[in-house]
Design a protein. Structure first.
Length: 178
């Protein structure tokens, strides 16, 4: 190499031919090693990455499809729940109307019972008052008759018969007047 350097001045733009040959041989060896060892490893890594990406996309699409299916199921369940709630609400309204009708009927029945009990009580009070009045009128009539006749009408059987006959005649006249 010293010999070559001494012969001519070397241009920096043009390299020496033996260096080019040695460089090409080294480049070929490095390229061959890269091509046989490194390139298959890189291609394998790229293939794995592509498969992972494609698998991820497929998984994402499958997940999206499943999510869409779950969403549709949820919407169907929600619609069914709304329908069931509307049915229950309608049923409750109908039951409420039936209960109101039953309560009205029960109130009417109780009102009728109260009115009937009131009429019965009034009739019982009227009979009691009539009986008490009959006794008082009978006593007054016998006392008055006793004073008019001048004889005592204290005999109970006679007094009862006279009073009853007198009151029956008064009732008959009252009914005839109606």
């Amino acid at each position: 190499m010293l010999h070559l350097a001494a012969e001519e001045p070397q241009s920096p733009l043009f390299p020496v031919w033996p260096e080019i040959v040695i460089g090409l041989i080294c480049f070929s060896i490095v390229f061959f090693v890269f091509y046989k060892k490194l390139l298959p490893a890189i291609n394998k890594a790229l293939d794995e990455r592509r498969e992972a990406i494609e698998g991820g996309i497929e998984k994402a699409e499958a997940a999206q499809t499943e999510a869409q299916s779950v969403l549709e199921q949820y919407k169907a369940q929600l619609a069914e729940a709304r329908h069931e709630a509307a049915r229950l609400r309608q049923e409750a309204q109908e039951q409420g109307a039936v209960i109101i009708q039953e309560m009205k009927a029960e109130g009417q029945r109780q009102r009728e019972e109260i009115i009937a009990a009131g009429h019965a009580q009034i009739e019982a009070d009227r009979k009691a008052a009539s009986s008490a009045l009959r006794q008082d009128v009978g006593k007054l009539a016998t006392d008055l008759a006793g004073k008019l006749v001048g004889e005592s009408l204290q005999d109970h059987a006679r007094q009862s018969g006279t009073v009853d006959r007198f009151l029956d005649e008064l009732e008959a006249k009252a009914e005839a007047a109606r």
